[in-house]
Ligand binder design. Structure first.
Ligand code: ATP
Length: 263
């Protein structure tokens, strides 16, 4: 059964200068526990889709549903993680992580224990009382991940969370995140520009076209790759085959997207 659905979602941005048709007739059905990657040229509407799924912006037309219920506003059922970690510099890592439960009034001794356990799972238990400034970029993103997971969201939305990190840190984080999401059986949508990351982490890859944004092709990642951790998946013979197909699909779009998105 479908877990998250978009039904004929169309979105316009209106400004004084122009109207931009960012998305046109997007219909997708994502299953519970599935990992989806959204790939496409710059400006094709990936972040717009994610904001609509998060309930941050209502679509101009169409419906978004989580477990058959319409999404109208952001909620703790939906976890959102961005390129920037947005940790509060004046709060310790543990305080940052427990902020969500405090706001949702679910804070308790058990929640603190859960926060510490999650920090342990991402290798950050030793910096629970440190401040964000003392942490590296990769550590800060791990803390941001714990802050997202502690609310036990039904769905995770990742907008290029690894793109600001150096290559080695990014690969290590992919490995960690992939393992954690499998353990917690989380449904995830990842926006990325990195074909390798999409293949190594996902079950399906939605490739987008722009002006206006549509989903032009869906690639199913072979089961042999899905069963592997990302680093090993990158070494599998089927990885390169899929990489070439996705590359070909994207390559036809880059020049077209640079023409601009106004109508
Ligand atoms: N707040 C806004 N007001 C007006 N137009 C916007 C706004 N946000 C996005 N757009 C336009 O909507 C289209 C889709 O933008 P969006 O940021 O969703 O694309 P994207 O695929 O995430 O881009 P990128 O890969 O560069 O981050 C673009 O043409 C963009 O200029």
């Amino acid at each position: 059964m479908s877990f998250l659905t978009l039904e004929k979602v169309t979105h316009y941005y209106f400004s004084k200068q122009r109207v931009t048709k960012a998305l046109k007739d997007i219909s997708v059905s994502i299953h519970e526990g599935e990992f989806i990657a959204l790939l496409g040229p710059s400006g094709c509407g990936k972040s717009t889709i994610l904001s609509i799924m998060a309930g941050i912006i209502p679509p101009t037309e169409g419906k978004v549903k989580l477990q058959q219920k319409a999404i109208h506003a952001p909620s703790s059922e939906i976890g959102y993680m961005l390129q920037q970690d947005y940790l509060f510099p004046w709060k310790s890592i543990l305080e940052n992580i427990l902020l969500g439960p405090k706001i949702n009034q679910t804070h308790s001794k058990e929640m603190k224990e859960k926060g510490l356990t999650l920090l342990q799972e991402v290798g950050l238990e030793h910096v629970a009382s440190a401040y964000p400034d003392a942490l590296s970029g990769g550590m800060r993103q791990r803390a941001a991940l714990v802050r997202t997971l502690i609310n036990d969201p039904k769905i995770l939305l990742f907008d290029e969370p690894f793109s600001a990190l150096d290559y080695q840190t990014k690969l290590k984080l992919e490995e960690l995140v992939s393992g954690l999401l499998k353990t917690y059986h989380k449904t995830t949508v990842l926006v990325t520009h990195d074909i390798g990351e999409a293949i190594a982490m996902s079950d399906r890859i939605f490739v987008m076209d722009s002006n206006p944004g549509t989903i032009s092709k869906v690639f199913e990642v072979p089961i042999e790759l899905r069963n592997e951790q990302p680093l090993l998946a990158r070494r599998h013979p089927k990885y390169q085959l899929l990489f070439d197909k996705v590359w070909e699909e994207l390559d036809t779009k880059e020049t077209v997207s640079s023409l601009g998105g106004g109508i």
